[in-house]
Design a protein around this ligand. Structure first.
Ligand code: G6P
Ligand code: MG
Length: 223
């Protein structure tokens, strides 16, 4: 029986994916001499800060060129660029359809938790004025593995005291859908059906999100 919701943040609640990518692109160009093609954006969605840096260094054939301390500095520089782009973030930056969707979940009485790989997630929820909707936020610093490993979604279900099988997870990234499926939660993808082909249910955009449609699809798949 459907009992709770686990949420990704970036690309599901607010459109920060492009800010993340713009920050990586600038840092990689200026500090590493690596030019990232736009096709890289999808590959970095849902991937933790240090794992993203490793992917970028590998892409530029520079994976053995830097010490751990240098890598940490690159990641910090990227994060500072990213935080700069969030300066004016407010409730206006909540993706279309998300607020009414969260309201319908709240009204129906389902608990919600956040399964974002972002260490900036609490700051962002605050800026958007959405902190109070969430019963729990998984701290990504406590994780052993990043998405597509199921750990973050398992912790998100645990945090609302519901079994994985009874939870619905929402994601915009292929790595995230893989993580939800591996946790044995019901996966809802938001975005391109080719990128998210492994999802149990797909909405083309957040504006299409519907609690009723999710409840129906869940009931059919997990009677
Ligand atoms: C999300 C985003 C990724 C980002 C990761 C870590 O999963 O989709 O692009 O790298 O969070 O974010 P952080 O804010 O901690 O650097
Ligand atoms: Mg995402």
């Amino acid at each position: 029986m459907l009992k709770g919701f686990t949420f990704d943040l970036d690309g599901v609640i607010t459109d920060t994916a492009n800010y993340h990518f713009a920050a990586w692109k600038k840092m990689a160009h200026d500090e590493l001499g690596i030019d990232l093609p736009d096709s890289m954006n999808d590959k970095l969605k849902g991937i933790s800060r240090m794992d993203s840096l490793d992917i970028i260094l590998k892409f530029g054939h520079k994976e053995n060129d830097y010490t751990q301390a240098q890598k940490e500095q690159f990641a910090t520089d990227k994060n500072n660029l990213y935080l700069d782009s969030l300066k004016n973030m407010s409730a206006k930056d909540i993706l279309p359809g998300v607020k009414p969707f969260l309201d319908s979940i709240k009204q129906a009485g389902y608990p919600m938790s956040l399964a974002s790989a972002s260490k900036n997630a609490p700051t962002i929820l605050n800026k958007l004025g959405l902190t109070d909707y969430f019963d729990a936020i998984v701290d990504p610093a406590t994780l052993k593995h990043g998405k597509p490993n199921p750990e973050i979604y398992q912790k998100a279900a645990e945090a609302i005291h519901e079994p994985d099988y009874d939870c619905v997870g929402l994601e915009d990234a292929a790595a995230g859908i893989q993580a939800i499926n591996a946790a044995d939660q019901f996966s809802v993808g938001i975005g391109d059906k080719d990128v998210l082909s492994k999802a149990d249910l797909i909405f083309p955009s957040t504006a299409d999100l519907s609690l009723t449609k999710i409840e129906e699809a869940y009931k059919q798949a997990r009677p």
